[in-house]
Design a protein around this ligand. Structure first.
Ligand SMILES: [Zn+2]
Length: 151
């Protein structure tokens, strides 16, 4: 199975926008929940990083306790068919490019989540939700050491 596209719910784009407005060129991020249908990855919910997240110009780390709590609550309470998809974070770039570390963390997440992980990187410079497909880079890893970019 190879996925070819990605769609984001409006509330997910609004969260990206609000977080980037709050943190500017310091990186921010969180986790992504949603579903896969045919060859499309559908992102339905996103979290912020939590109160103890670390936000720096080229570094972001989410608050692990907050993320655990968010996932537990969302996965237990959601009537929708949603699952953990992966993570997102912003870069101080207009058109984001994944770093070597981003790729290795994507592969690591996939290996601990049934060989599927999504990493969405958002370009924080002049971010505009209408330009989401140009100003984001969505990578999927499904098996072992492979990954590819979604349109
Ligand atoms: Zn990154």
């Amino acid at each position: 199975m190879q996925y070819s596209g990605i769609i984001f719910n409006k509330q997910v784009l609004e969260l990206f926008e609000a977080e980037i407005r709050k943190f500017g060129l310091k990186e921010t991020g969180g986790v992504l929940l949603g579903a896969t249908k045919k060859d499309i990855v559908h992102v339905k919910k996103a979290s912020d990083g939590g109160p103890k997240a670390i936000h720096r110009r080229e570094y972001f780390r989410a608050d692990p306790d907050y993320i655990d709590m968010f996932l537990e609550m969302e996965l237990a309470n959601s009537a929708e068919n949603i699952k953990y998809l992966g993570e997102w974070h912003s870069h101080p770039q207009k058109i984001p490019k994944p770093s070597y570390k981003d790729i290795s963390s994507l592969l690591e997440i996939a290996s601990s989540h049934n060989n599927f992980a999504l990493l969405v990187i958002i370009g924080a410079i002049d971010f505009n939700t209408e330009e989401i497909y140009r100003q984001s880079c969505s990578l999927v890893s499904e098996t072992g050491n492979k990954f590819y970019e979604l349109e």
